[in-house]
Design a protein around this ligand. Structure first.
Ligand code: SF4
Ligand code: SF4
Length: 737
């Protein structure tokens, strides 16, 4: 029945909405036919995308633990908890997302009501009070979506933050959403205008936006038909093309959040049974050099990337003018994947081994090669590849990108997998890197120093080895920095002083301790890393000790060693519990095992190490300790899980860093040290010997002399040790309680 006839018939007194009111009877069936085409197109598009994801390898565990995954989806997909970390973009995205969710639910209910329930029963369930509330909610959320869209437009095209690149796909998505929202309100307003033109319809005021427009439009069935038709056609077309444009991110981001890794953060899995297979002469895939090496989940990640640029904003390499932008890296891999997929789909051939620039031009974005080193192997220009080697070597593995990404893209494992190819397959690493590898392979430490020198200072302090004290509670993993670097040795000595004062039962491995392998692994030399771990296990076994260290606790002063021993060694059978010295210091203070002298008068700014704050969420513990030591804390904006890297992670501490201030290329440690020096504190506190090394170097610049003349640079253990109120009843020199 036409809307105006309904209006005249008295039905309008019942609050409800006639979807096809005023249209030909056939309209309903035309819409059904169109909807069928839309559904088929949509399903086809999604299926094609899934086929493209399946170019990747299987992703073990991506669909396990369904309960936890549903919770993640609710938290980060539906409640958008990561998206709202940034206020302005967070709020407008929330408005848009929830606006569309409610409008989608509303439209689905209306279709159910009009096209199923009414056809079957002759009645409608959306009427009366329910209709009033329903129409109010739809108007409210539709309006919020429009406001959100306006904010997005202002940000993208007026504010123009550097991290956003505007592409045609962004403009078309925004335009499409705008047309749908606007015509939705216009159609509603015109409908209400028609209803009100014949009878007063006070309840329609609940559709407060449409009601206002209805007053303007008046009784105009033509307008109603026009707006309604445009709205329905625009909405149906929008749904049909969703899988083929940026709108796909609605699904790819939710799928990515659902299937994301639930294990240790930014974890790069080992190459299974690498040593064994190499010894058996088997061919071992070293890392990622072609798109088929990625898992389908990793390919999905690249597709989930919305180009929001948050990762780029946080990246220390990008912020100091290096080649690496994590956003561009992900987009390069995605473009390469899509180009490779298009070729494989259209020609049904594998193009991985295609040679020459002609093949690169044919495939388009990224050429047939994922890595520049791979392209070079086939005699191609680096431009024939998706990812340049320099980009990969710039990464400090700081995880700022992974931590901030609202849709849980994990850049670090991808970068590390590609570094494995560069380091082991293509021999494409810097000279400094090669020297580092050589030193590690010969003497299991970064400098190639005599391994027997590593524990000289612990022996001098009377620290027992595991042979002297097999019943130790804590195994103190001294680490390469702690064993050889003079500045880190001071940190180790301070820590030992505290452990002894607290009566902690601890021991060191002595000459049995090798490098933990963090840097060599992150520089891509997985073979040397696994050789180190194997050698360590064999030595432990030969000494008739349990090579799993089950039931034992390990403490480190180095967050890199801490992270590797805690999260990566278990893949090789280790069952120890690993703590960082900040955690142990916090526990010892809380339990009263160490007491500190009152008063301090110093102000401290803490540098959160990436491998503590981001990888392991250790943020409060060092602050607790420093407050207990009497420090007044000052925070820099880039702190906690938003900390800025010192530049030494990912093996970068052992490589040369590009520095050219005239071209705006700074060193990461200079950037960070300047921030810490200007924080207004008289003490800079680190909790990592690598960070200390990077800051030590940066503070020695001539321009820092004045500032540093009244600023101290301490490790947290040193800050505690100097305040130690040593009790007489439990201090000892043998490290045992
Ligand atoms: S891990 Fe750090 S350095 Fe590497 S891409 Fe991410 S933000 Fe940049
Ligand atoms: S990877 Fe994540 S943070 Fe970076 S641009 Fe893509 S969606 Fe944004």
């Amino acid at each position: 029945m036409p809307t105006h006839e309904i209006a005249n018939s008295g039905i309008e007194r019942l609050p409800m909405w006639e979807m096809y009111g005023g249209f030909w009877a056939a309209t309903r069936w035309i819409i059904y036919a169109l909807a069928l085409v839309v559904i088929i197109t949509f399903v086809y598009g999604i299926w094609q995308r899934i086929r493209a994801y399946r170019m990747g390898r299987p992703a073990p565990g991506a669909l396990d633990n369904i309960g936890a995954r549903i919770m993640e989806l609710l938290r980060y997909g539906i409640a958008q908890m990561r998206v709202v970390r940034e206020a302005f973009p967070g709020i407008f995205h929330l408005f848009l997302f929830w606006g569309f969710v409610v409008l989608f639910i509303g439209t689905s209910l209306t279709v159910l009501d009009e096209d199923f329930y009414r056809l079957i029963t002759g009645n409608k369930f959306i009427h009366g009070g329910f209709y009033v509330a329903f129409s109010f909610m739809l108007d409210l959320f539709g309006l919020l979506a429009l406001v959100g869209l306006g904010m997005a437009l202002v940000r993208r095209y007026v504010m123009k933050p550097e991290r956003l690149d505007n592409q045609q796909t962004d403009a078309s998505l925004i335009t499409w959403i705008f047309v749908i929202l606007l015509t939705g309100f216009l159609a509603e307003g015109a409908r209400i205008g028609v209803v009100m033109g014949h009878k007063a319809a006070g309840y329609e005021a609940s559709s407060f936006v449409g009601y206002g427009l209805g007053l303007v439009f008046g009784d105009s069935p033509v307008l109603h038909k026009l707006f309604w038709s445009v709205h329905v056609l625009a909405s149906l077309t929008f749904i049909a093309v969703l899988p083929f444009n940026k709108g796909l991110h609605i699904f790819s981001t939710l799928a990515n959040i659902f299937t994301r890794s639930l294990g240790p953060k930014a974890f790069t899995p080992s190459i299974p049974r690498m040593m064994e297979r190499m010894e058996a002469g088997e061919e071992v895939e070293m890392g990622y050099k072609k798109i088929e090496d990625l898992t389908w989940r990793e390919i999905l990640q690249t597709d989930a990337c919305t180009r929001c640029g948050r990762c780029q904003d946080q990246c220390p390499a990008y912020n100091t003018g290096k080649h690496l932008s994590p956003k561009k890296f992900v987009q390069s891999v995605k473009e390469h994947w899509l180009a490779r997929w298009a070729q494989q789909r259209d020609q049904n051939v594998e193009v991985n081994k295609a040679e020459g620039e002609a093949a690169a031009a044919e495939v388009g974005a990224g050429g047939p090669y994922l890595l520049a080193a791979e392209a070079a192997c086939y005699g191609c220009e680096p431009g024939a590849a998706a990812v340049e080697s320099v980009v990969l070597w710039d990464c400090t593995n700081c995880m700022a990108c992974v931590n901030i990404c609202p849709v849980f893209v994990e850049h670090v494992p991808l970068i590390n997998q590609m570094r494995r190819e560069l380091a082991m397959e293509f021999d494409d690493s810097e000279k400094a890197c090669k020297d580092f590898f050589k030193n590690m392979d010969t003497n299991a430490n970064p400098w190639g120093m005599n391994p027997s020198d590593k524990m000289t200072w612990t022996a001098e302090l009377g620290v027992p080895t595991v042979f002297d004290n097999p019943d130790y509670e804590y195994l103190y993993w001294v680490g390469c920095m702690g064993g050889y670097d003079p500045r880190a040795i001071k940190i180790g000595k301070a820590f030992v002083k505290i452990l002894q004062a607290a009566g902690v039962n601890f021991a060191v491995l002595g000459e049995m301790e090798l490098c933990c392998g963090d840097s060599i692994r992150r520089l891509g030399n997985e073979a040397s890393f696994q050789a180190l771990v194997t050698m360590f296990k064999t030595t432990v076994q030969e000494c008739e000790m349990d090579p799993t260290f089950a039931g034992k606790k390990v403490v480190t002063t180095c967050p890199h060693g801490f992270n590797t021993l805690k999260h990566e060694y278990p893949e090789f059978g280790f069952k120890w519990e690993v703590v960082h010295h900040t955690e142990l210091l916090d526990q010892l203070l809380k339990s009263g095992k160490i007491k500190l002298k009152g008063g301090n008068g110093h102000t401290a700014v803490l540098h959160d190490s990436c491998f503590l704050a981001r990888y392991n969420e250790i943020i409060d513990e060092p602050r607790n300790v420093l407050k207990a030591a009497g420090y007044k804390m000052v925070e820099v904006p880039r702190s906690g899980d938003l900390t800025f890297c010192c530049g030494g992670g990912g093996g970068r501490a052992w490589l040369e860093e590009h520095y050219d201030p005239e071209k705006g290329i700074n060193r990461i440690n200079f950037n960070r040290t300047d921030e810490l020096m200007n924080a207004g504190a008289d003490t800079i506190i680190a909790a990592c010997p690598l960070c200390m090394m990077m800051f030590d170097e940066a503070t020695k610049r001539t321009e820092c002399e004045d500032k540093m003349s009244c600023i101290r640079l301490l490790d947290i253990a040193e800050a505690v040790a100097e305040k130690l109120d040593v009790p007489t009843d439990n201090q000892g020199s043998d490290g045992q309680a």
